[in-house]
Design a protein around this ligand. Structure first.
Ligand code: 26M
Length: 814
């Protein structure tokens, strides 16, 4: 045969096509003639995965050879979504893969849709961990993510008569071609039992030995995470629990078929399901077991890898940085101290200092009900040795506070033990004292950390708290989810922004260029058509793509104020009917999000949205000027369609309550305007895009605080707002729930009586801001210029920037 010179890249497609057929035949065991779409997906992933492996091994090897510091990101959640497009696109194989599949009669976009959306997380915190994994690989940081391989991720949401129903999510049902089981990387994790002292206390040989009453095996499953341009491939290592003895044969043979499997079931229950709350920790024993299980397995793995290379633990903190994603892995602080002292025989003080030099802790919420703490009797029963270590650490910290002349109240707030009622271990305080860095996820949130929950710890250790404003990966959240906009940007300003998102600012000078704006807005419209098609397919509701698409997608929470949004829709509905001849701007309000199954108020809000939607959407007097849509089963894949199709991004939390938000960044990057409060990263979005290009309303965090301190009275506020009074009255009188007129009475009463999230106080400002939005939207050149400027100035929110800050200021790595 005639061997060509270096072929143009696209001609690699035949090689890839042959590889896919090979995987299909020999790995899946399917004849291409009878293969189904799902088989093609698996075969394609296997072929792509094989192209990742050399990069993966190179990355691991170079870290080892160059003795680079490794970063370990411990998180109980990784909300990764689909991986195929991400890997293909980061490897630069998108066109090649498309062509290869086309030559086999397969459509890439069709099979990509079949990949399971891995939802091993609840919301923002889990999605941040996934963006960080991709960004750490992209900026060439040797990093490992550690978490749990839940068999069932976040529940699937259905709507039954407008109410949320939860169904199990079975992402592994068709197998997971991305993962590599690592039976050789297995560790024992213990629970319960007793603590013995062996040797003599006096001659220095004395030490503690924990003899667990129960043990399980943690086994690793690795998923490669490909960075941008395939530069580096890192590992996401998820632990699965299995029993030491899969079956007790003696018991089985004696006829005890249930007892023979009891241990096995108990182990498998550990990693069975993700807890579906993203606030209000349930405080259940299984959750603490999950937290300790994955913390312990991860630390044993980290120490094994370090000792294998360096043969010593004294340099651990020079070579290892461990980031705690919230307090969920905080027990790792005590576990590392235990491993260093009891197992590796370092003295306690040395162990404690090494641990603190290794750990960093990221806080994601200030909501008091979301701060984790565990009842002492439970903690002590499950982790008796760790309880001792917590007390020992607490003694050190309290001694330091006394030496600094702290008063009793301050000392009580610093203590690792909450003595105010039932005694509890405060995981936030444990994470704080066990870390050399404690960071917030936006500037405002960090300032509030210093003033509220951690005020006294901050006074004692004033140089530990720092701000690291969240970021998002521009690969998934622009290149992949909005390929047409990405292509336009590239054609307009060149390729530099692909490696440095800050360079998107070069788009700014095109904001008033009619030819550019025309194309930019045509792409937005096309994305709105795609979103409309999804809504038509799933819900049978027809949308007008020229209407303003107003989108609020996030977990359903009172503090996020979806309720304020829907009440405003009711007020608008009222006005459209009473002033039919005004030049209303047609609007579609889209909602999506899950409520924690036990969060009844949040579920009531979902039902309210659906009740209001039914009435408004079916009222001919509205003449299509207002539509309300609740899209079920919000997940990463749905966000990838809804974000590019949005005109308006709703970021309307009560100021001071949303730690950062990251959806806000995704919308701005894709050219939506934000309507928002000065909360979390909204403040920084305003700073970046400029106050003319964002619609800010409502009280500041400081005003919220003062108002509360003064004694907030919602009733009088409601009385003074005609619009709000009428909307609330309509809802509570059953206008939207004719089949059960009092259905929403409790929800409305909680606003009238307490209004903890100050919906009433911000309502008029919100409604006025919405009318400002209408005005801008009607002035197309003004609107379009603002949308372009949002994209142009969102580059700073790249997770690459965030990760570089973590690397240089916290991890001293990379
Ligand atoms: C705790 C115990 C038991 C079960 C679940 C939990 C739990 C799970 C998730 C508690 C909180 C969880 O998440 C909090 C969270 O998602 N916070 C969000 O973090 C984002 C990333 O930093 C921020 O952008 C959001 O503002 C913040 O709400």
């Amino acid at each position: 045969v005639d061997l060509p010179l270096a072929p143009p890249r696209r001609s690699d497609a035949p090689v890839l096509a042959a590889d896919i057929v090979e995987r299909l035949t020999y790995r899946i065991g399917k004849d291409p003639r009878v293969a189904e779409r799902h088989d093609w997906l698996s075969a394609t992933i296997l072929a792509i995965r094989d192209r990742v492996i050399d990069h993966w091994m190179d990355s691991t090897r170079s870290t080892y050879e160059q003795e680079h510091k490794r970063v370990y990101y411990l998180s109980l959640e990784f909300l990764i979504g689909r991986l195929m497009r991400d890997a293909v696109s980061n490897l630069g194989l998108l066109e090649e893969t498309r062509d290869a599949l086309a030559s086999l009669g397969v459509d890439l976009d069709v099979i990509a849709e079949l990949e399971a959306d891995a939802a091993l997380g609840n919301g923002g915190l889990g999605r941040l961990a996934a963006c960080f994994m991709e960004a750490m690989a992209s900026v060439d940081i040797p990093a490992y993510g550690y978490g749990i391989r839940y068999v069932n991720g976040l529940f699937r949401q259905e709507l039954h008569d407008g109410w949320q129903a939860e169904l199990p999510e079975t992402w592994l049902a068709d197998g997971n071609p991305w993962e590599f089981p690592r039976r050789e990387s297995s560790y024992e994790v213990g629970f319960g039992g007793t603590v013995d002292t062996v040797g003599s206390e006096t001659d220095g040989t004395g030490r503690c030995v924990w003899r667990p009453g129960e043990r399980v095996i943690a086994t690793a499953f690795d998923t490669p995470i490909v960075g941008w341009r395939g530069k580096r491939v890192n590992t996401l290592r998820l632990w699965s629990a299995r029993p030491i003895d899969p079956i007790l044969l003696d018991a089985f043979n004696a006829g005890d078929h249930i007892g023979a499997l009891a241990e096995s079931n108990r182990a498998e229950t550990l990693t069975r399901v993700l807890y579906p709350a993203d606030a209000n920790p349930a405080g259940q024993e299984l959750r603490l077991r999950q937290e300790f299980f994955f913390s312990s397995a991860s630390l044993q793995d980290i120490l094994r890898r370090h000792l294998q290379q360096y043969d010593s633990l004294t340099n651990l903190a020079d070579k290892v940085a461990i980031q705690l994603n919230d307090t969920h892995p905080a027990v790792a602080v005590a576990e590392l101290v235990r491993l260093l002292t009891d197992v590796h025989r370092l003295d306690f003080a040395a162990s404690w200092h090494i641990a603190r030099d290794c750990f960093g802790y990221t806080n994601h919420t200030l909501l008091p009900e979301a701060l984790e703490s565990w009842p002492i009797p439970l903690f002590e029963r499950l982790l008796p040795r760790h309880m001792q270590i917590v007390y020992a650490v607490n003694a050190i910290v309290l001694r330091e506070a006394r030496a600094a002349h702290f008063d009793e109240a301050s000392i009580r707030s610093i203590s690792l033990i909450d003595e105010s009622g039932e005694r509890r271990v405060r995981m936030g305080n444990l994470a704080f004292v066990g870390s050399h860095s404690i960071n917030g996820v936006s500037q405002l949130h960090t300032d509030l950390m210093k003033e509220t929950v951690f005020a006294n710890l901050h006074r004692l250790y004033p140089d530990r708290i720092n701000a690291k404003t969240n970021g998002i990966t521009p690969r998934r959240w622009l290149m992949q989810c909005n390929p047409d906009l990405f292509a336009l940007v590239r054609e307009t300003i060149g390729d530099a922004f692909m490696d440095d998102a800050a360079k998107l600012v070069d788009l700014d000078r095109f904001a008033d260029d009619p030819a550019f704006v025309e194309r930019f807005s045509a792409i937005k419209r096309e994305n709105k058509v795609k979103l409309s098609n999804l809504v038509a397919r799933r819900l049978g509701i027809r949308l007008d793509p020229d209407a303003l698409f107003d989108v609020q997608i996030k977990r359903i929470h009172e503090y996020k104020r979806q309720m304020m949004n829907i009440v405003e829709a009711v007020a608008l509905y009222d006005q459209i009917r009473s002033q039919p001849d005004r030049d209303w701007v047609p609007r579609v309000k889209l909602f999506a999000g899950k409520a924690a199954p036990s969060y009844l108020a949040a579920k009531g809000i979902i039902k309210l949205i659906n009740d209001v939607a039914r009435v408004i959407n079916n009222d001919p007097a509205v003449r299509g000027l207002l539509k309300i849509v609740f899209v079920p089963n919000y997940n990463v894949s749905l966000a990838e369609v809804m974000v590019p199709g949005a005109d308006l991004s709703e970021q309307i939390s009560t100021a001071g309550m949303e730690a950062s938000g990251t959806g806000n960044m995704k919308f701005a990057l894709n050219g939506a305007l934000t309507i928002g409060t000065l909360d979390g990263a909204n403040v920084e979005i305003r700073d970046q895009v400029g106050r003319e290009n964002i619609v800010i309303f409502g009280m500041t965090a400081e005003e919220v605080g003062t108002r509360r301190a003064e004694g907030y009275d919602p009733a009088s506020v409601i009385e003074n707002s005609r619009e709000l009074s009428q909307a609330l009255m309509a809802i509570e009188s059953g206008v939207f729930s004719p089949d059960d007129r009092t259905r929403h009475a409790d929800l409305i009463r909680s606003v009238r009586e307490r209004d903890w999230f100050m919906l009433a106080a911000d309502f008029d400002a919100y409604a006025a801001a919405q009318r400002r939005v209408d005005g801008i939207f009607a002035d197309k050149p003004a609107w379009h210029a603002k949308t372009v400027r949002n994209t142009a100035h969102s580059g700073w929110f790249s997770a690459d920037r965030t990760i570089r800050e973590y690397a240089s200021e916290i991890w001293r790595a990379g």
